[in-house]
Design a protein around this ligand. Sequence first.
Ligand SMILES: [Zn+2]
Length: 397
Amino acid sequence: MNQKERQQAKSRGLLDPSISLGRIAGVRIGLNWSWLIVFTLFVWSLAASYFPSRYPFLTGGAYVVMAVYAVILFFGSLLLHELGHAIQARREGMQIDGITLWLFGGVARFKAMFPSSGAEFRIALAGPLVTLVLSGIFAALAALVPASQALHGVLAWVAYVNLVLLVFNLIPALPLDGGRVLRSILWRAKGNFGWATAIAADIGRSFGYLLIGGGVLLFVLSGAFTGAWFAVVGWFLVNAAEAERRYAVARGALAGLRVGDLMVRNPVTAHPDQTIAAFVDESAGASRHALYPVVRDDEFIGVLPFGRVAHIPRDEWPRRAVSECMLPPDEVPVMREDDGLIDAFAKLGKADRRRGVVVRHGRLVGVLSLSDIERVLAERPASTAAAPRHDPRAQAS
Ligand SMILES: [Zn+2]
């Protein structure tokens, strides 16, 4: 891994579902470790200052219990917001990778590009609509239980925080929901996805810098921790907006191209029963790749990363079989010949390995590397695009 790849892996790690929470309505739900930080911070600040200042006659234990319930309800609200996006996306015929809750809320991950401006518009609005309804429900419940201060405090806070979430998400800055709504409207108006993305992403970047500037100012002037938080959110927005813009440029450059157009046919493969020595001397020959598909009777059964071979002492190579170093097929991106090159670009960009295999009915037909696609992009004037670091198809909050 070089510096750039490490960087990419790190920013991806933030969105990886580290803890699986199972499925809701068929959608995989995951929790990123970073959410545990948020959980702790929220509980701490609610129990230590927010609730005691508003409901001064309760006990310390009551504040902690209130804080835990409030944050769990907030967590559930975020999940429902993302499920709103995900369920609408499925209605539009899009495949869903899953939902992950992380540092700044939730992210619904889609397997492909929004099929149309109308679809993006409806998918982007579905989440905020859920949040609006939730905020109303919690506010109404809070009004119904004025007798219990503790319960009232929890419900009122959850209603309030959902409202904040709603307003923040509707700011027309990519990658926020409002930015997607704006992009889809512009996209529809001119029929130009790249132009629409450039505008919404510019707003996203400006808004991100505004948050960073305001956050730093707040932190320096008043020492408020919220300032640091704003700055980090701003930094995330700037990066994500930039990834959106790069993705749109790449999409323009790769339009109409399929995986089959660029893949390398008849790639060097390894046989599982072959010894490492035989593979390196005979099969690999002059070609040196980071990764080789392992094939038995044309059937794709796994991958051999050269890094694993290198870990075995050279004098053991004649005695060790390829199958000992082999990884299962799902360790690499698997594509089909008629997949769009832009989808392959996003897939390879977020994968741990930069080389994927192309199969037809389980049989290997070729390989495709991220560098092959990047070479195509480099030849097009306006695009020095690197693979998107944040998955541009991810729907933030
Ligand atoms: Zn959303």
